[in-house]
Design a protein around this ligand. Sequence first.
Ligand SMILES: Nc1nc2c(ncn2[C@@H]2O[C@H](COP(=O)(O)OP(=O)(O)OP(=O)(O)O)[C@@H](O)[C@H]2O)c(=O)[nH]1
Ligand SMILES: [Mg+2]
Length: 294
Amino acid sequence: MFKSGFITIIGRPNVGKSTLVNGIIGEKLSIVSRKPQTTRNNINAILTKDNFQLIFVDTPGIHKPKDRLGDYMVKSAEGSMNDVDLILFLTTPKDVIHEGDIHILENISAVKSPVFFVLNKIDKNPASKVAVTLKNYSELFNFREFVPISALKGKNVDELVDLMVKYMPEGPKYYPEDAITDKQERFIVSEIIREKALRLLSNEVPHGIAVEIIFMRKNSGGICNIEANIICERESHKGIIIGKNGSMLKRISSYARMDIEKFLDSKVYLRVWVKVRKEWRDNDRLLKELGYKM
Ligand SMILES: Nc1nc2c(ncn2[C@@H]2O[C@H](COP(=O)(O)OP(=O)(O)OP(=O)(O)O)[C@@H](O)[C@H]2O)c(=O)[nH]1
Ligand SMILES: [Mg+2]
């Protein structure tokens, strides 16, 4: 019997949702950073084996939105809970239950799908804290399974996959077996550039940036030519992103190029510009252009 289903991964920003998805798929699909609110769109990631296909939906962290981009992110995440076969509620060890988690679980209670409690980052927390968290959350919500993991170290992740398969209904292969995502290459490429900017820039700037691919084509020599804009909100941010004599932009581009080459399995020629679009995070037209509109 072939089993298949959709599994959405829900949680606050920064708990490790994207790290888990990448770990399960064995490929870097979703970008990861130390900063909260890294993921902005729902991303489907597909794992196919002989007897099952799991389609994971990596979602933006649920938080109190401060602008329309935030509204879009939270709506995407919450919308992903409808019509799925399983929900993984992800959190990290805490001595007391996190307020944000209570809010998320209130929303989940309206949904009929089974919910797993997945406790991530056990590699950097004492066993006692892990135990307290499991106890506190088990009293809060009717979870079907409790799985402590380390997404980063891959601890207990195979066991989690086995458990998920148990809950899947009999079903078709929704995607061809070599597919790992439903997102276009262009999207992943823009995300890789955004990830490098997130990682290299200090706190204030990264949340106000977006990346737009304006050209992407392989030439006859097999080199992929890519041109992209990094969009930011202020002239002063533009200066920071470009850096002294262009040094920051050079670092962002060269780290991005290395990852894009790995992802596309091709030589890449990448050129990146920086553009200012004031308040794009609150501008419906610009949000739509940048791919942040339902
Ligand atoms: N020590 C440790 N760190 C982890 C683990 N999983 C994720 N991290 C780190 O936690 C940070 C956030 O990881 P992400 O995967 O981007 O988290 P996210 O939940 O997708 O975050 P958003 O997209 O902002 O909602 C990164 O620095 C990861 O390396 C883990 O199991 N152990
Ligand atoms: Mg993420």
